[in-house]
Design a protein around this ligand. Structure first.
Ligand SMILES: [Zn+2]
Length: 129
């Protein structure tokens, strides 16, 4: 069922830089920050289902933002104290890709979390209707 995990040499330069080196794409440049189509956002490297468009919201930050992952078992949350900030890094559990970070300024009524994810690490599988 699962797609194979793409090898490093198959990744675009930017995806490699973000997913494998922990970099962050420039805000308002990615494919999905302002995307409102319905579907499932999958890992761009291994195809694991990570986020549903149902939990996506406009955070104004320029990165795709979600209140929750589809399945907490599909992500790995790692304390990250780099850059003088205390943050939680989000990684794809299956392939270890760096996806983004979690912040506590998400919509209160939805739990208050903001999963701030790099577009380049995601691939939207649109909902068919
Ligand atoms: Zn993955």
């Amino acid at each position: 069922m699962d797609k194979e995990i793409k090898k490093d040499e198959q990744l675009s330069e930017e995806l490699y830089r973000v997913a494998r080196k922990g970099d962050t794409e420039a805000p308002f440049t990615g494919e999905y920050w302002n995307n409102h189509e319905k579907g499932v956002y999958k890992c761009a490297i291994c195809g694991t289902k990570l986020f549903s468009s149902d939990t996506k919201f406009d955070s104004g930050t320029g990165w795709p933002s979600f209140t929750n992952p589809m399945n907490l078992e599909h992500v790995e949350l790692i304390p990250d104290n780099t850059h003088g900030m205390v943050r939680t890094e989000v990684r794809c559990k299956k392939c270890g890709a760096h996806l983004g970070h979690i912040f506590d300024d998400g919509p209160k009524e939805k739990g208050g979390k903001r999963y701030c994810i790099n577009s380049v690490c995601l691939e939207l599988e649109k909902e068919h209707n």
